[in-house]
Ligand binder design. Structure first.
Ligand code: S3P
Length: 759
């Protein structure tokens, strides 16, 4: 079904020169779209014209152009690429008989050769000629195969010249839009390169494979045994030979360049097969398999990436009803910080790292994909299980394009350290939120180590890291308490000569140090300074990722503020550098107990049991701030329900997270009527303090596309007097896939809806 609205076409008389599958399908689509004007055709085969008339696609036609050109307003050249020269020459001599405003377009699969034909015929590309190419087709040919849906949801690439008449361009756009196509523009050279890779090369391979096999088996016996794989791979070998001869002749250079790349890839694979190098094979197949799934997901718009992209464009809103209680026993997804690091260290290790509990959220999946792009074979994730085939400290390969890390500041900063010491260049990019976040905090110290890094203005992403630089260890006094900066420098330190020492002004999460130690790399600590010596190696070790205390926090606070609540959160990471939220909630009077404490893979975990108890406002101890840095959006909601005022200071870092979280929370609190005062580095929140009734109103919240702001206000609804509507919640998928289901499971009434319209 067409997802694009078909527009009416204003042409009076359309002439399609060449009534094959493409020309015939255009006529059929125009008819379907309700086009009322005349459609004529010129084709050397009178039978094709007769069939077109019989099928009701065209009103008339002729084998000679001169007999159908009169008063035509739009000419569509749908002849094979090599027939174009003759047809254009003839058309140039007859054009005076067409309508004065006539526009010409074509459908040829290569554009440079057709532009040359136009220059030969007209002396230049006339402003009323708009070259184009519908990316649609089938292995069938002839008007009998015409399909009115052929262009629906397909792309049509137009390649206008700088002096193409905008009105002509608009009319050709309207023609294809009427057929349900998505119209794009690019220049001729780019078009030919793109098509050589995505269409011409696969056709060449299919023709060649079928021909090679058919020749090897005179009686074609082999095809009897050929199953689905052969059929899928070779369907396009049934395509029109003349048309494809013309395409390869016309797009020779671009096709040869793509064939050279392909041959190099096949040679690498041949070599891996010959040597029995299973890791190399797996790396290639795995990258290809994921790329294929990704491609399919873009077509089907189902998988996580496509869904994410769709949500980013289409937006997502939460509508949360007031009231409810929070009861049950749940397990929230794996820790984001540890998941990122498990892939990074697993990739650089020697041996195979088995990961359990990996967070299948957008951010950590982007990290995983980035390592695939650097040649690391990674299996999974399958229900939190990932197998990383480590390539060793110097085994990463140059990615073929920029590495995209999505919404994740952690990934970008840790990658910066890890990639600064590689032999190749890399570029790190991210989404719009990440593009606004400060990167000089890592670029500056990395430069002191000898790295060469370019940033965008103001030290913002993208980051361009120049490879092949010799790094030297430094002693760095961090100006802010940041685990990301510390981890970045330690990772760069692995590649540096001598010791890299980092002093932190306050303790920050130590997952990098723990995991390095678990992988056999000595990391030392004395008071506020940790250090390591470069040049060592990592040895793969199993990783069990605990549930993320930052995700658990939303439900801890939900239960803490709601009378009647009783909730157990299982297997939550309680690393001492992450438990600020537990300490703060307990100081506020929460009934929160840790049970079943144990250690898994170098990280302490526990089940957290929380029951409702009235909360009181507190002065949040400054030393707890870095230990609860991601938990403040939810803690502000706890404060809004406590009795008295809760004061936070020393938290200016909140202003440079996925959003300015102090401002975003203050705006949201204002929207639901919670009294507060904002400071540059903190906030005072006056809690409602009601033990039974609501503590604030309902309202509409702008999450600023920040996952934690969205989730914080979702739980706030438990104690609101009215509905809370939160806009732009799609990014919840970056850290907490399945949040909505779990929220509903424990007792929230939360609807998801699109916030495109009327927002
Ligand atoms: C993280 C460190 C914290 C935290 C972020 C994850 C990490 O950032 O906010 O979500 O994994 O190292 P800073 O270290 O910059 O405060």
């Amino acid at each position: 079904m067409a997802s694009l609205v078909k527009q009416p076409v204003a042409e009076s008389r359309i002439l399609i020169v060449g009534l094959g599958l493409i020309g015939g399908s255009l006529a059929a689509a125009l008819r379907d779209a309700g086009f009322r004007g005349a459609i004529l055709s010129c084709d050397p085969d009178p039978d094709e014209i007769a069939r077109g008339i019989e099928m009701g696609l065209i009103d008339g036609g002729d084998t000679r152009l001169e007999n159908v050109i009169d008063d035509v307003s739009l000419v569509v050249l749908a002849v094979p690429v090599l027939a174009m020269r003759g047809v254009m020459g003839e058309l140039a001599g007859l054009l005076a008989r067409a309508a004065p405003e006539v526009v010409i377009t074509d459908v040829g699969s290569t554009k440079a050769a057709i532009r040359d034909c136009a220059i030969a015929a007209f002396g230049r590309v006339p402003p009323n000629l708009v070259l184009g190419h519908p990316i649609a087709g089938s292995e069938k040919s002839g008007v009998a195969a015409a399909n009115p849906e052929l262009y629906v949801d397909h792309k049509v690439i137009l390649t206008p010249e700088p002096d193409t008449d905008p009105a002509a361009l608009a009319r050709v756009r309207a023609l294809w839009a009427a057929c349900g196509a998505e119209v794009l523009e690019m220049d001729v050279a780019r078009h030919d390169q793109v098509l050589a890779r995505t269409s011409h090369l696969p056709h060449l391979l299919a023709f060649s494979l079928v021909d090679t096999l058919a020749r090897q088996d005179e009686r074609l016996e082999i095809f009897r045994y050929a199953a689905g794989g052969f059929r899928d791979f070779t369907r396009i070998a049934g395509s029109d030979p003349v048309m494809w001869r013309d395409i390869f002749t016309a797009n020779r250079d671009a096709v040869l360049a793509s064939l050279d790349d392909f041959e190099a890839g096949v040679a690498r694979l041949r070599d891996a097969v010959e040597r029995g190098d299973g890791d190399a094979m797996l790396a290639t197949f795995d990258r290809a398999s994921h790329a294929r799934h990704y491609f399919e997901s873009l077509l089907n718009k189902t998988s996580y990436q496509a869904e994410y992209q769709m949500q980013q464009q289409g937006k997502l809103r939460y509508r949360v009803s007031p009231g409810g209680a929070v009861v049950g026993r749940i397990r929230v997804p794996g820790d984001k910080s540890i998941s990122h690091r498990s892939i990074m260290l697993g990739a650089l290790a020697e041996g195979v790292t088995e990961i359990k509990g990996f967070l299948e959220g957008e951010d950590s999946l982007a990290t995983l994909q980035a390592f695939r792009e650097m040649g690391v074979a990674i299996e999974g994730p399958h229900q939190g299980r990932v197998t990383v085939h480590g390539v060793g400290m110097h085994g990463l390969k140059a990615p073929s394009g920029p590495l995209y890390v999505g919404n994740a500041g952690t990934a970008m900063r840790l990658f910066a350290g890890l990639l600064a010491g590689q032999s190749f260049d890399t570029e790190l990019t991210g989404d719009t939120s990440l593009t606004k976040r400060p990167m000089n905090r890592v670029a500056d110290p990395l430069r002191l180590m000898g790295a060469e890094i370019d940033t965008a203005e103001g030290g913002r992403p993208p980051l361009h890291l120049h490879g092949g630089r010799a790094l030297k260890g430094i002693t760095y006094d961090m100006p802010m308490a940041s685990a990301q900066v510390k981890s970045c420098l330690l990772l760069a330190g692995l590649y540096a000569e001598g010791e890299t020492r980092v002093r932190e002004p306050a303790p920050t999460r130590d997952h990098t140090e723990r995991m390095l130690t678990g992988f056999g790399y000595a990391v030392h600590r004395e008071d506020d300074t940790c250090w390591l010596e470069g040049g060592g190696k990592l040895t793969a070790a199993p990783i069990d990722v605990p549930s993320d205390i930052s995700s658990a926090t939303f439900f801890l606070v939900a239960a803490a503020i709601t009378p009647g609540s009783d909730l157990v959160l299982e297997h939550v990471g309680i690393n001492p550098t992450r438990i600020g939220v537990i300490n703060i909630l307990q100081l506020m009077g929460a009934d929160l107990r840790l049970t079943n404490e144990r250690e898994v893979g170098g990280e302490p975990v526990a089940d957290l049991h929380i029951r409702y108890a009235p909360l009181k406002g507190i002065e949040i101890p400054v030393d707890q701030v870095p230990l609860a840095i991601d938990e403040f959006p939810a803690l502000f909601i706890a404060a809004a329900n406590a009795e008295g005022t809760t004061r936070l200071r020393g938290a200016e870092e909140l202003r440079v997270k996925e959003s300015d979280r102090l401002q975003a929370m203050a705006d949201g609190l204002a929207a639901i009527g919670v009294e507060h005062t904002l400071y540059p580095d903190g906030i005072d929140i006056v809690g409602g303090g009601n033990v039974e009734g609501p503590n604030y109103g309902g309202g509409r919240i702008d999450s600023l596309e920040d996952h934690r702001i969205a989730m914080a206000f979702a739980i706030a609804a438990l104690r609101a007097s009215g509905e809370i509507i939160i806009d732009d919640c799609a990014n919840v998928a970056t850290s907490f896939p399945g949040f909505v289901d779990l929220a509903r499971k424990v007792g929230l009434t939360l609807q998801e809806e699109s916030n495109e319209e009327g927002a």
